[in-house]
Design a protein around this ligand. Structure first.
Ligand SMILES: Cc1cc2nc3c(=O)[nH]c(=O)nc-3n(C[C@H](O)[C@H](O)[C@H](O)COP(=O)(O)OP(=O)(O)OC[C@H]3O[C@@H](n4cnc5c(N)ncnc54)[C@H](O)[C@@H]3O)c2cc1C
Ligand code: FES
Length: 345
């Protein structure tokens, strides 16, 4: 059978103990196919790392895209547990998973073609990449998409920094940090040329702007976490219903030359009145720096203290930053109902 025919094959996935089932393409994974069919399949990273998308295979067979995925353990294999984000069906299947309405997609994720149209440097190691889409995409500020990059095994998750204007977005902007020896970021920075096309699959992610909450917002971004926080600030600025909401944007970098985002905030109407930018660096040695020296969670705590309990909090960045923020918020007894993040892996 030729490859096109095999890839267009569909398999029926039945959820054990429920009346629900859905069709999954031969080349799609169970998690994303379920979400495309409006089934609330729990997940977070979509990258094989967090382990939140596990299911038990009761009947049928799957092909695992990335057997070395850190979220898939030896014990999982013994118990026929698989990662939804890494499993492609090989025939009809029956699976057991605990659906949770929190994960019901707001916008149906879809696969589109993206053409790289421009790139610009943001800092010495962060670049912004713009893709024009073959088909419009709806998403909420703070969400991410999966990019299939040439010569890279698996897809990489990158958050959009722009917002949807009109009914859907015709372009997506990503702000990506160059990771030393990183396959995906290297492909974006050094291999993909303007005019080249890739597959983009999205939107995904739960750390999106809650438009119905009218509390002031705190955005904490570190390193590669710039894009989703910029998208959230832009989303608030563009939403008439959120005019009473102030946004405090805090960026954490290692050294002063890592600090970025101020110009993007300054471009928003009411910068300095409703939109505020502050930065912290952990290592200011030898550089001119008149901002906060230390970590971004320390800056947030010193600026807002117990006032954090009255804010809606979004954060994105490296895992160590995320852990430090969560610990600080726990110490301040901030309810996790008002804290939103998708861990970066
Ligand atoms: C929800 C989310 C949003 C993110 N948003 C951004 C962003 O806006 N900007 C940014 O710079 N970074 C972002 N990242 C991080 C980004 O996805 C990459 O992890 C990072 O760019 C390093 O990738 P790399 O390929 O360069 O490095 P590598 O070290 O080559 O790859 C590391 C990443 O790729 C995954 N991976 C490795 N091999 C495979 C494989 N065979 N199949 C599938 N996955 C594999 C790993 O789980 C890990 O996530 C985000 C990550 C997540 C989870
Ligand atoms: S391991 Fe599948 S969503 Fe994180």
């Amino acid at each position: 059978m030729n490859e096109t025919l095999v890839n267009s094959q569909k398999h029926r996935i039945t959820l054990a103990g429920t009346a629900q089932s859905f069709e999954c393409d031969n080349d799609d994974v169970l998690l994303r196919s379920a979400l495309r069919n409006n089934i609330a399949f729990p997940y977070e990273c979509n990258a094989g790392a967090c382990g939140n998308c596990k299911f038990e295979l009761i009947q049928g067979g799957v092909e695992v895209k990335w057997p070395e995925a850190p979220g898939w353990t030896a014990k999982d294999r013994e118990r026929r547990r698989y990662l939804g984000c890494q499993s492609m069906p090989r025939g009809d299947c029956t699976i057991k998973m605990h659906s949770n309405q929190r994960y019901a997609p707001i916008h149906e994720p879809k696969r589109v073609t993206g053409t790289l149209t421009s790139r610009r440097p943001v800092t010495h190691d962060i670049g912004e990449f713009r893709f024009e889409l073959s088909d419009g995409m709806r998403f909420e500020p703070g969400q991410y998409a999966l990019l299939a990059l040439p010569g890279v095994s698996g897809q990489r998750a990158y958050s959009m920094s722009n917002i949807v204007q009109g009914s859907d977005a015709k372009v997506l902007d990503f702000q990506v940090r160059r990771v030393p020896n990183g396959e995906g970021s290297h492909a974006l920075f050094d291999k993909l040329a303007a005019g080249e096309q890739i597959e983009i699959d999205g939107p995904y992610g739960m750390a999106y702007l809650r438009r119905d909450v009218k509390r002031d917002i705190l955005c904490l971004a570190g390193g590669s976490g710039l894009a989703p926080m910029i998208s959230i600030a832009r989303g608030v600025a563009a939403d008439r219903e959120m005019q009473g909401v102030n946004v405090h944007f805090l960026y954490g970098g290692r050294t002063p030359r890592d600090v970025c985002g101020r110009d993007m905030l300054e471009a928003l109407e009411n910068f300095g009145k409703r939109f505020h930018f502050n930065a912290a660096v952990s290592d200011a040695r030898g550089d001119q720096w008149d901002g906060h020296t230390g970590y971004v969670h320390e800056l947030a705590e010193s600026m807002f203290g117990d006032g954090l309990r009255d804010m809606e909090i979004y954060f994105a960045g490296p895992p160590a930053m995320g852990q430090a923020i969560q610990k600080m918020l726990l110490g301040r007894e901030v309810s996790f109902e008002q804290v939103h993040f998708d861990q970066f892996y």
